[in-house]
Write a protein that binds this ligand. Structure first.
Ligand code: GLU
Length: 441
């Protein structure tokens, strides 16, 4: 078997849709898991929709997700001459025809185009015209889809759709088929909103005598409410996930599990995904966003992530934060939580209400803690713990009455990572400084 060639063909709309990201992931996995190639085509023919920076949004999104493409991206608009050439071939071979029907006439037709010009034999000098495909009039068009199964449509239900507009620009329907063929695409894996297009595109492929690619139309992603994903759901763009502090490997794992599964596996490494991913296991029902699942996966990948890499992503260059990462990582669901949980390491944090309550009237305990920490030896987690224990014993109270006071003084919070280890990381001088700071009226 020759290795597959897959592609994604996003339109540059200004951001990268999470559905596009999942389609890219499936295409990437399918190709790379089989020694094949994954291509990128920017469908920029609809110039009115293209916005500046839109291409960058796609390239950045793919790069962030670690989905590298082979060769340079193909820009569909650059293939205009080739599209026109194919239309010429289809006209010459009798698979397409010029149609001079006016927009007004077309608008008045009750059931779509009535094929009035199909056998009129209009030549190039027929005046303003579009070029239409001569779709078969009888029989069936069959598509064996890897996800949807066998899809059959009666030829009479397909129209003679437009290939070339009256201004000479090619339509999406034509461009996709020509570009996929010219790029050597063997597998078209895309959203199932394109399923009916595939049946039309098949007419062009057959008319050109080109090999028919394998099709796999994957269900779209819906919101947690089961409704079609829209801006209202918030989490629509890849950039949002990045900004919210999700790691790319968590997002990939999550997207992979949306609509595809391998037994009970939830945490799936990229190597496993490459080995396991296949099209028939993609479900036919729309997948739903599930933030709890994403958070759980992100927590897993944060806990596993390399410390230096995390600091780099957070843009933090701090020895204490680095030293505290083993304490912080297992507790964070997102990078934002990680940053928040470790903020006290970078600078004193204004106590929140709960912490302030712990500090109220705790002057004696704070003074005793300061004294104990002054003398603690060595100043490591165990040494700090022993010192705090001695303070509790001397005051005839439990550790639970003193530890939270220390935590409130050092971190400004009532919860967080192990306070003795945290104190050790802050260091003796900083701890004493902070204990003094909260004792001031
Ligand atoms: N440009 C199309 C889109 O963004 C994709 C076409 C295709 O994958 O065939 O929906």
């Amino acid at each position: 078997m020759t290795p597959p060639v897959t592609r994604i063909a996003p339109s540059p709309t200004g951001f990268m849709h999470i559905g596009t990201a999942r389609t890219a992931l499936f295409n990437w996995l399918y190709a790379r898991g089989r020694g094949g190639r994954f291509l990128l085509r920017i469908e920029d023919t609809d110039a009115a929709r293209a916005t500046p920076g839109a291409v960058e949004a796609i390239l950045d999104g793919l790069t962030w997700l670690g989905l590298d493409w082979d060769g340079d991206p193909v820009f569909q608009s650059e293939n205009a001459a080739r599209h026109a050439q194919v239309v010429g071939q289809l006209l010459a071979s009798g698979h397409a025809y010029r149609c001079t029907c006016t927009p007004a006439r077309l608008a008045a037709l009750p059931h779509g185009y009535d094929r009035q010009c199909r056998d009129a034999g209009h030549g190039p000098d027929c005046g303003p015209h579009v070029v239409r495909i001569k779709a078969p009039l009888a029989g069936e068009i069959v598509l064996d889809d890897q996800v949807q199964g066998r899809v059959v449509v009666a030829a009479k239900d397909l129209d003679d759709f437009v290939l070339l507009r009256s201004d000479g620009t090619p339509t999406y329907m034509l461009c996709v088929v020509v570009d996929d063929h010219d790029m050597g695409v063997t597998h078209v894996i895309r959203g199932d909103d394109h399923l009916s297009n595939a049946l039309r595109q098949r007419t062009i492929t057959d008319a050109m005598g080109w090999p028919v690619p394998v099709y796999a139309h994957i269900p779209l992603i819906h919101g947690a409410d089961g409704k079609k994903l829209s801006k209202r759901h918030g989490a629509v763009g890849v950039a949002w996930y990045r900004e919210q502090g999700y790691l790319p490997e968590a997002v990939c794992n999550y997207l992979l599990r949306l609509g595809w599964g391998h037994g009970d596996a939830e945490v799936i490494s990229r190597a496993e995904a490459l080995e396991w991913f296949d099209l028939p296991a993609v479900g036919r029902a729309p997948a739903r966003l599930d933030e709890a699942k994403l958070d759980a996966l992100n927590a897993h990948y944060i806990a596993e992530a390399d410390d230096a890499r995390l600091l780099d992503i957070l843009g933090i260059d701090d020895a204490r934060f680095l030293a505290a990462l083993p304490l912080l990582k297992p507790r964070a669901r997102t990078l934002a939580e990680l940053r928040e949980a470790g903020a006290f390491l970078l600078a004193p944090v204004e106590p929140d209400d709960a912490a302030r309550e712990k500090l109220t009237g705790a002057g004696d305990a704070l003074a005793a803690l300061a004294q104990a920490l002054q003398e603690a030896e060595p100043f490591d987690a165990a040494g700090v713990k022993a010192a705090v224990k001695a303070v509790a014993d001397a005051r005839g109270v439990k550790m639970g009455a003193v530890g939270p006071v220390l935590r409130a003084a050092l971190t400004g919070r009532t919860g967080g990572p192990d306070i003795f280890a945290s104190a050790a990381i802050l260091g003796r001088d900083e701890c004493l400084e902070r204990l003094k700071g909260v004792q001031k009226p």
